[in-house]
Each structure stands twice: as structure tokens, then as C-alpha cells.
Design a protein around this ligand. Structure first.
Ligand code: CU
Length: 120
């Protein structure tokens, strides 16, 4: 099992850090914290298979940013957070590779994204 922690970069539309690493096959406990103090924008954390970020993000525009883990392009989702919130998700790390993550609040993914590196 591995614990990963990621947060919004204060009130900026960015993740800190924007790169995470874990080994394939491990149970990942990922904690996301909305570190904003002033703006009311909500954030979440969505992990998807390679090259699926744009499509999943576009579909999320129709659901006010809500992404379902029933979506076969999606690996893990942290629920939408208001500023100050901390939420967790867990998932089994997929096969080795680079997996994009992003915030699915409409308009955020273009700036608010990063990569999970899964190693052997
Ligand atoms: Cu966001």
C-alpha cells in the first residue's frame, strides 16, 4: 500500500505536485486537499487511461464536472471539493505507464492536470 498526497496550488488552477509516482499493482490511497483560501471554485482529482483526458473532460461539461468511476476510461475519482476540503480515493495502480490526471470542473483541465508515473 502507498499513500499519495496532492493538493491544489492554493487558489491557482494547478496541482501541487503535478507529478506522482507509484509501483504497478500496489493499493494506492490518494488524498486530495483543496488548498484554496479565497476563490469559491471547486476542484477534484480524476485519473484516466492514457490519451483519455480531453474526451472525459469534454463529457464532464454535461454533468457539471461530475465523473463516474463506471466510465471505462476512468481509473479513480476524488469527489468535488470546496475550498478547505480533503477527500480520499483508493485504487489499484494500473500497468506501468504514464497516466494523466486532471480536475474535471468545466474549464479547469487545460491548466489543472498532471501525470501519474506507474513503474515496474
Ligand atoms: Cu479545479
Amino acid at each position: 500500500m502507498v499513500d499519495l498526497f496532492i493538493q491544489s496550488d492554493g487558489d491557482f488552477l494547478a496541482f501541487r505536485p503535478d507529478e506522482l509516482t507509484c509501483r504497478t499493482g500496489v493499493l494506492v490511497h490518494l488524498t486530495f486537499h483543496h488548498a484554496g483560501k479565497f476563490l469559491s471554485a471547486r476542484h477534484n482529482w480524476v485519473l484516466v487511461y492514457p490519451n483519455q483526458m480531453e474526451a472525459v473532460d469534454k463529457d464532464a461539461e454535461k454533468t457539471e464536472g461530475v465523473v463516474s468511476t463506471d466510465d471505462s476510461r476512468v481509473i479513480a475519482v476524488v469527489s468535488m471539493c470546496d475550498k478547505g476540503d480533503t477527500m480520499m480515493t483508493q485504487f489499484i495502480a494500473p500497468p506501468p505507464g504514464d497516466y494523466p490526471f486532471f480536475c474535471s470542473t468545466p474549464g479547469h483541465a487545460v491548466d489543472m492536470n498532471g501525470i501519474l508515473h506507474v513503474t515496474e
